[in-house]
Design a protein around this ligand. Sequence first.
Ligand code: PMP
Length: 447
Amino acid sequence: FDWWHASNLQGYAPICLGLEDFYIRRLYLRIQDCFGRPISSAPDAWFDVVERYSNDNNKTLKRTSKITSCLNLGSYNYLGFAAADEYCTPRVIDTLNRFSPSTSSTRVDGGTTTVHTELEECVANFVGKPAAIVFGMGYVTNSAILPVLVGKGGLIISDSLNHNSIVNGARGSGATIRVFQHNTPSHLEKVLREQIAEGQPRTHRPWKKIIVIVEGIYSMEGELCKLPEIVAICKKYKAYVYLDEAHSIGAVGKTGRGVCELLGVDPADVDIMMGTFTKSFGSCGGYIAASKEVIQYLKYTCPAHLYATSISPPAAQQIISSIAVILGEDGSSRGAQKLARIRENSNFFRSELQKMGFEVLGDHDSPVMPIMLYNPAKIPAFSRECLRQNVAVVTVAFPATPLLLARARICISASHTKEDLLKALERLEEAVGFDYFQISSENRGML
Ligand code: PMP
């Protein structure tokens, strides 16, 4: 079963299945109220959700709204920096006053401020690579960089569950794309062996370049990448490793340096390190960290560097300041405490959910924990019940997951207190009700 092609088809699957007429449309009408609910406060441990009620009895959608203060189990605010911080916030405000919300210029035309150059040095040092380049958006970092790194004659081997920004970047590159089974090093090796053998008669080295793309923590699975094995295979077959650390940088590792630190991989063995600032650093944008030569090449050639307005200076300052706190350069131990807290919170919450009988995906230490609901028809009820219990979770359904693998995704933060987590467990149990725990995992998918 080829997930890559399945994901191509996902948008059309209801049509292919002949279901689109009645059920899918009705289902999506109900589901749409569970997504895009506006938030009217910072995404801290608790936040304010604007709840919209819709009434489609007369086929006219009437909406009314109310604000509910909810325990936030949905944001990527892993270290709690997305809310006001005693060290970061005054510096961000100072940068806003000195510069402005926007540079109103591209990086090459006056959009490189001293904050940008400081940020690139800071990121390179933090992730352990010689140089870095930053972009205004994490999504664009993948989708704009991949076509510059590899093109026709090159080969991309991508994990089957890689993020959409990687999928689009790979497709836009013109390189040949092959997919390996999610987080399965033995299958990656099989694909590499096949691809190298396939091109052998034509040239000595069949591909101009081979890039293997993986994620540090898979955002819909909560799983850690099997990076040591993947790096070893890439070395053996002389393929480059591209690692997207959107969900792992800052969130895991003794000093927050991501999966390399957690799994004992030398950053020198990862050729391209990608990450976003939108999760652990409470800001926006993304980075690529690599050798000086690669970064110089990207600075000369990447359209998203040459033609896009640079990342906002206050947002850049937020990243520099949050990294300073993580590294203890603010003179306090708050960074170390946050890192210890997210680890403890994640491991505690995951094990409690499992003890309660929830079917939870993902690995120890990962702050991302999807709870399987299977049937997308359960999403509206689950989401509404959680909201009634003042708990905000992200529900994920088709086409972001396969049709019958709908789930609720919980993201744990260092800003959650033990009391918050105990309350959340109690309320989740209340929200899912009796039937979830009564149904065996084999049957859940059929409901
Ligand atoms: N890569 C991965 C693995 C992601 O999960 C995301 C989004 N959550 C992105 C890239 C895009 O990042 P951003 O939201 O910062 O644009």
